[in-house]
Design a protein. Sequence first.
Lengths: 367, 367
Amino acid sequence: MSRARERREVLRATAAERGLDSVLVTNLLNVRYLTGFTGSNGALLLRVDGRDLFGTDGRYTTQAGVQVPDVELLVDRATVPALAREAVRRGSGRIGYESHDLTVDGLHGLERVLADAAAGGPVPELASVRRAVEAQRAVKDADEVESLRRACAVADQALAELAAEGALRPGRTELEVGRELDARMLALGAEAPSFETIVATGANSAIPHHRPDRTELRPGDFLKLDFGATVEGYHSDMTRTLVLARAADWQREVYALVAESQAAGRAALAVGADVVAVDAAARDVIVAAGHGEHFTHGLGHGVGLEIHEAPGIGQQGAGTLAAGMAVTVEPGVYLPGHGGVRIEDTLIVTDDAPELLTLTSKELLVL
Amino acid sequence: MSRARERREVLRATAAERGLDSVLVTNLLNVRYLTGFTGSNGALLLRVDGRDLFGTDGRYTTQAGVQVPDVELLVDRATVPALAREAVRRGSGRIGYESHDLTVDGLHGLERVLADAAAGGPVPELASVRRAVEAQRAVKDADEVESLRRACAVADQALAELAAEGALRPGRTELEVGRELDARMLALGAEAPSFETIVATGANSAIPHHRPDRTELRPGDFLKLDFGATVEGYHSDMTRTLVLARAADWQREVYALVAESQAAGRAALAVGADVVAVDAAARDVIVAAGHGEHFTHGLGHGVGLEIHEAPGIGQQGAGTLAAGMAVTVEPGVYLPGHGGVRIEDTLIVTDDAPELLTLTSKELLVL
């Protein structure tokens, strides 16, 4: 059974439990997850009776045949209405839909189509499935973990090459470094950077999500790199903070503190651990050192087909970790006007110690 | 008065006409258009009484101060609910919202917030404004036209440089050419390519939206390049089809036909022209030559903050052109298994002849 098929069977069981006879999946990443389809327009009618239907438009007929060989295909420019009509034809009493994805106009359109298709007969009820597919996606299967491994390896390799070639030297600008990092990831097989690469040097490193500009790298400055590669749709996410030429004592102290916090966060990743407790494990280290106010964001987040997905790991989070979840651990200490350090890994939660996917050293590198 | 302010005054008049006392603008591009804000989270409460409020979260406090100096700022992580509460506090009977943008969950959340904020008093009614801002955006003001000019100039220059340097020669792959074109546009100041650059050679050129792969350029083959640059958020869009080394008679014939059709389409761009008639002006040329079935898409589309926006110009379109609209004209003839030609410009509709923004020659270039 293909991976996509296995995933559909899990959703089918969820649908049956909830008393739905079909689920109309419209979120494109959820469609990709459940079918393997990578085009820009597609939707899935998943049915408890197994008579699933994948819908797309004429641009993707060939691609759908290759990527989704095991689901019946419906080609129609108005994909979602066409699937809804077919849901009525195949018999539906209660259809699940994704209320976090469908717009208000989309829902009204769907209601009209169902009423028309019912042609005077009983009109199926629409019921939100909430984030059922996202919840399923939080736990990765073996293929997904393998894609994440590759994505992380590309980022590791790109940074190693840039460092080895002396590309991270005083006089270069943040923009130049960011573009070279992106180009290197593409050359190594990434489909795209995971997000807009963050390169922040000197005082800019104290801004958690600084956008690279023409600031030049200078000796004695921090250089914070937060970046990732997308491979087979899966996103890696890694932050490393280096120092150029020489490290001052205050820089070594902040770095050691963040590294200790990050190690504590990684150690807290265990099956059943509460996400708030995982955040606290790392945060307590920084708070105890008197820098609590300088760690201004959550500890981490899930990664996969999206760069930010379930579970969130932070003070406002909820829920516990499960084996197979892919998450980041990324504490930071930011001293406004001076500089900041963040250290971030992507890891897989397992029944034993978490599997580290971003393998670049976390020793303080003085380049 | 700033451009953003002028745009808000137009929307304010629309809101008043429709009996709304405020409009909650959630579509991020519409927010950008109406405020100048370029961050990833922001919403605008526009009020007929002039007491507008721009909302964003703490990451963007500084940026909002710089980009949106003339609108009162509200900083709240839950931006839209916070604006809705403030709409009640400032007095609202009927609030417009964007039903094509807001999700079903988003609307339900908004309804709850309004009911809570009303605290037993009258709860404001929510009414869709439909695509009021998109309709306004279809007609560009002078600043927008200038951004589009720059975006088109970057694309023109990037292609000219690649051609001059011999980068479009047999032996290179589609992927290599695409990446060089993208890199050149970035180096020339583009924020990003307008969309995934299309490079299609040989038989691939017969696929309207072929994704570049490892196919090598070969002498005697068509090379179709469909690409654009984003500058200040505005997208250019241009297609040119070249021939490598030598052009066969059939290639010259197809090229001349598409060029004639494209010229007819451009000539039909006039204030008041029906979009279906504009499509027909270009399509009739191709149909008369017996290739109607090989022109498989619409003639063009609006461009601006989105690569595809209003107005659509095609057989299924509706409406007429107005001065200041930015549109593409892009007929194509695709001969499956052999090759295809598309020629596309970005132009501004004016009271006189349309202003051509993509200035690269449309003579058949044999490289």
